[in-house]
Design a protein around this ligand. Structure first.
Ligand SMILES: Cc1cc2nc3c(=O)[nH]c(=O)nc-3n(C[C@H](O)[C@H](O)[C@H](O)COP(=O)(O)OP(=O)(O)OC[C@H]3O[C@@H](n4cnc5c(N)ncnc54)[C@H](O)[C@@H]3O)c2cc1C
Length: 392
């Protein structure tokens, strides 16, 4: 059995692990060694490649707005961060098409107004829009049942998640990060401290600190350390459809039912999360249930956009949210019972857009023992729940 050593081992090379590795290796105050261990170097089954790849500022938690404001700035200026030897990073095709969140009830309207005040205070470019204003901008949409909308005028949209991941990896590699294709199957421990990771290949890597960036499998990693994490894998479908009529200028629309749709090239994608009380079992399979499209998605789509009556199913995929079962928000920082195991988990449906700010923050925490730019301490393990009203 071979044995090697690294200052930091990152378990999981998806967008979160890749971002942390990048920000660590790019920091002039860091001189340690970083190894990223990834069980599936194709990344085809991870959350990153299966995401809807969108970014919004429309959160109800100020910290989440700040995280996404840094996220959009990072994405807009990717070449400043991820160029290698003068070569630009992969094209992420950022399209700032906006989000449009819809409210149909007095309660829904209050939520949009309250959230808007929080978003404005943070500097997000969101406008409240009346049904008449929505009808003028988006004449293809039915608005007669609506009370209010919240529209991102800039700073919201969608992009290519896989290219962002490749950009982080390439840059980190150029700064000395080692990427290993292997699976972490055990964590070695002395008392409460992790001393190394055991790999499926039989190799062991001794380490000073381990980062859990294992996405939907993160609870399996904490179990290897003998502690629990309130994060579980929950299946979410994305359906693809075409529409014979031209629907121009569509933002990512979130219907009051919770269903979202947005354009993707000349097609559309859509999805919906189960409502509270509906079955949402833990699961790691990726089997698709196409009947959901006809039974659940289509009726809502056709009700909101009359032209969607005539849509055609064009494909589907399933992926996993790493669902924080307490408050649907990230869990960031050390586990209180395992001080050198850093948790970067539980992003639920918004981890891709949070990857730049979270990668930077966790790198700061590792290097300096504190967050220096954005204070992410509100997301520590064992906190009071940070209830996010806008979970999509
Ligand atoms: C359908 C869907 C839509 C989404 N839409 C959005 C969106 O629009 N916007 C947004 O911001 N977010 C969205 N998300 C969420 C987002 O995709 C995730 O939060 C984000 O990709 C999480 O990245 P990650 O690196 O933590 O996880 P992953 O990408 O899953 O990476 C974790 C990696 O860890 C590896 N791994 C696990 N265990 C081990 C082990 N023991 N040893 C070695 N490697 C291991 C896995 O192989 C995997 O590659 C969506 C998610 C889904 C499923």
């Amino acid at each position: 059995m071979t044995r090697r050593q690294a200052d930091v081992v990152i378990i999981g090379g998806g967008v979160i692990g890749a971002s942390i590795a990048h920000f660590l290796a790019a920091d002039p105050d860091w001189s340690g060694s970083v190894v990223v261990v990834e069980r599936d170097p194709t990344f085809q089954n991870g959350s990153t490649a299966r995401s809807a790849a969108s970014i919004r500022q429309q959160f109800s938690t100020p910290e989440n707005v700040r995280i996404s404001l840094f996220g959009i700035d990072f994405l807009r200026n990717l070449a400043d961060h991820l160029s290698v030897d003068g070569e630009p990073p992969p094209d992420i095709s950022l399209h700032e098409g906006g989000y449009l969140l819809l409210a149909a009830t007095p309660e829904g309207e209050t939520v949009l107004r309250d959230n808007h005040a929080i978003q404005q205070a943070e500097g997000a470019d969101i406008a409240l829009v009346t049904p008449d204003e929505m009808s003028a901008r988006f004449p293809w949409m039915r608005v007669d049942d609506l009370r209010l909308g919240a529209l991102g005028l800039s700073g919201e949209g969608w992009f290519d998640a896989f290219s962002l991941l490749q950009g982080f990896r390439r840059k980190a590699k150029s700064n000395g990060v080692e990427h290993i294709h292997d699976e972490v199957v055990g964590l070695n421990r002395q008392g409460d401290r992790i001393t190394g990771v055991a790999l499926a290949s039989g190799e062991t890597i001794a380490c000073g600190l381990v980062v859990n960036a294992a996405g939907p499998r993160s609870h399996l990693v904490t179990a290897m350390a003998g502690v629990d994490l309130p994060v579980r894998p929950r299946k979410r479908h994305v359906f693809v459809f075409t529409c014979p009529e031209i629907i121009s200028n569509s933002p990512l629309v979130t219907d009051p039912s919770g269903l979202y749709f947005r354009p993707e090239g000349d097609r559309f994608i859509c999805g919906i999360s189960p409502k509270e009380g509906e079955p949402d079992p833990d699961c790691l399979d990726l089997e698709e249930d196409h009947s959901m499209f006809e039974d659940v998605h289509w009726p809502i789509l056709a009700q909101r956009v009359p032209a969607f009556e005539a849509i055609r199913f064009a494909g589907a995929w399933a992926g996993h949210y790493s669902m924080n079962t307490v408050d649907a928000n990230a869990i960031l920082g050390p586990h209180p019972e395992r001080p050198n195991m850093i948790l970067v988990n539980g992003f639920s449906g918004h981890g891709l857009q949070q990857s730049p700010a979270v990668g930077r923050g966790i790198a700061e925490w590792i290097i300096h023992g504190e967050y220096r730019t954005l204070d992410l301490s509100r997301f520590a393990f064992g906190r009071q729940p940070v209830i996010e009203k806008n979970v999509i």
